[in-house]
Design a protein around this ligand. Sequence first.
Ligand code: PBG
Length: 352
Amino acid sequence: MALLKLNNPQSAIRNPQSIRPRRLRVTPAIRAMVRETELNAHDFIYPLFVRHCEGRTEIRSMPGVFQLSVDEAVREAESAAALGILSVILFGIPAEKDPLGLENFADDGIVQQAIRAIKQNIPEMVVVTDVCLCEYTDHGHCGILNVQDGAKPRPSKNLPEGYVLNDQTLDILGKVAVSHAECGADIVAPSGMMDGMVAAIRAALDESGFENTPILSYAVKYASSFYGPFREAAEGAPKFGDRKSHQMDPANVHEALREAALDVDEGADMLMVKPALAYLDVIRAVKEAFPELPLAAYNVSGEYAMIKAAAANGWIDEAKVTLETLTGMKRAGADLILTYHAKEAAKWLQQT
Ligand code: PBG
């Protein structure tokens, strides 16, 4: 822009003193009038961890985040609602883990209980559920594993032992989504990065009469080291290996657009990029490619933990750094942000 104007003989730039961007920064009111990005409490989706327990237990690497009983989850959702937060996303820690993750779609599963309790007490709260296997399986992987010991499911050919089987996992994801919808979940959010997961869940929901339940797809999810604290919170770390055979390589952005396009084709109603902070360019690219779909960014556990740790040392101003970070995600193109800072950020926004 500036260069074009320089070539224009009528341009005010011929008198450099006449162009002063600082004019629009003189007072707080003018700055507010020209602000391009506005952060609001209703941009936030607040993650809650529920488990079969009494009370609440703080997560060591995530100060201010707790594993909650169902009652405590309702209380936490109520306090979020009082701050103007419209939505929570639920993660469950089951009583028992097994190779298939059976509690994931059990009628009395922990997430199922929490959905019912929150919807009963705060009907207007938009309850999103994470749909994945990793918190429920004894091996901690996001799907059914390729096992060569003759056990079910039948081994796939030419795949390594321990590989997460795609299509066998899709059947379970469909069951989990339907089970959540039956309890009143407003939105289901598959996070396992299985090929075809959106189509499979859409078909399962539609077959059960939930054609109006939206899917928020974790369409672009990287194999990131920023998930460390979450895996402590959700007790869902893989017992061996990693998630690189399904989550994306942090080096790739064109592939992100391919993943997003597939999920849009399969019927995703909303997309997500995860993590957020090291992937702002990906958020921007996905928003520009699919401006018509609401886009969420997941401000993940490691991003939260870094700010908390620096703030605890007195090295940064937590409120200011958090709001600046969240604003950056929105400016990059995110319409919604999943953040553990949701309640605090909503409070800080009320003070500014
Ligand atoms: C999978 C899931 C994970 C996160 C959200 N959903 C963990 C993983 O993929 O290993 C991470 C979120 C965070 O780090 O805050 N159910």
